[in-house]
Design a protein around this ligand. Structure first.
Ligand code: CP
Length: 313
């Protein structure tokens, strides 16, 4: 049997090698095709801790855990002792002490996970941490499901022209995707309001105008305008954004024949993307969400294997 990926935690895509990404895609495709899931001899307990709102990532991780046969322990941050001031570390220590093996966490603080993994000699926390999004840092599961969706369409990454358009500075999806796509050999372009473009992106690709880029792209990744992260008025209305930077029905007709549109969701309909294009033939929005379950199964399995959970298979 092929040696599977083994990780103590799944926190970022930064250290993943190309062959590990390919292995995760292959494993996710196997699960998607109905491949048998491992049978674990001992129960594995997981908790999903979402300190920021989420629909698809939260429910998708829960679905992935159930499909893998894990026992999921409910956790509601609002009803938890976090509201009494308990720290993230102490919350995890409590869950670990009652027998939870894995925590999937979304948090507004960049690299919130450092205090959970960089332990000193007095600390004994022993849980696998899976990052479901940290502030404006990383969103590894969204990134890997995006890779799976692109791979499903084209079968490779090398030489693909990919534009990431929109609220770049606030986007952990963009930061994760641009790094891994460049590593996998894609050619990257950025567009959208220049106030959301920063010099940190120039090492990954170049900036261009939406109308110049769109007809040349194989993949167009639209980013949600993240109003909740803006500290000041953005200076344009939803209609103005759509007209200037959005994927309008007219722009859609200028795209390459085999080009695809992706969006991590949730979509501001009629802003990043014309509402009637959300389920159009080029849109992979629903496919991304479907693929997310299988990619998250592959990611969780890597941590189960890395920590030797579940006993003998
Ligand atoms: N793409 C994504 O992270 O969506 P949710 O915020 O709904 O989880």
């Amino acid at each position: 049997m092929q040696e599977r990926l083994k990780l103590q935690h799944f926190l970022t895509i930064k250290k993943l090698k190309n062959d590990q990404v390919e292995e995760l895609i292959k494993r996710a495709e196997y699960f998607k095709a109905g491949g048998a899931v491992p049978e674990y001899a001992q129960p594995i307990y997981a908790v999903n801790m979402f300190f920021e709102n989420s629909t698809r990532t939260h429910c998708s991780f829960e679905m992935a855990e159930r499909k893998l046969g894990l026992q999921t322990i409910p956790f509601d941050p609002v009803a938890s002792s976090v509201k009494k001031g308990e720290t993230l570390y102490d919350t995890l220590l409590a869950l670990n002490s009652i027998g939870v093996n894995l925590a999937v966490i979304r948090h507004s603080q960049n690299e919130y996970y450092k205090e959970l993994i960089d332990l000193d000699e007095t600390q004994k926390l022993n849980m696998g941490i899976v990052n479901a999004g940290d502030g404006s840092g990383q969103h590894p599961s969204q990134c890997l499901l995006d890779m799976m969706t692109i791979h499903e369409q084209f079968g490779h990454f090398k030489g693909l022209k990919i534009a990431i358009i929109g609220d770049l500075t606030n986007s952990r999806v963009a930061r994760s995707d641009m790094r891994l796509l460049r590593q996998l050999g894609a050619k990257l372009y950025f567009s959208g309001p220049t106030c959301w473009y920063s010099s940190e992106f120039t090492e990954f690709g170049s900036y261009g105008k939406v109308d110049d880029l769109l007809p040349q792209m194989d993949v167009v990744i639209l980013l949600r305008v993240q109003h909740e992260r803006h500290k000041q008025e953005i200076g344009f209305s939803p209609t103005e954004y759509h007209t200037e930077y959005g994927l309008t029905r007219k722009r859609y007709t200028h795209m390459k024949k085999n080009a695809i549109i992706m969006h991590p969701g949730p979509i501001n309909r009629g802003v990043e993307l014309a509402s009637e294009l959300v389920e159009s033939s080029r849109s992979r929005f629903a496919k991304q969400m479907q693929n997310g379950v299988f990619m998250r199964m592959a990611m969780i399995e890597a941590v189960i294997n890395g920590r030797g959970l579940g006993g003998k298979q």
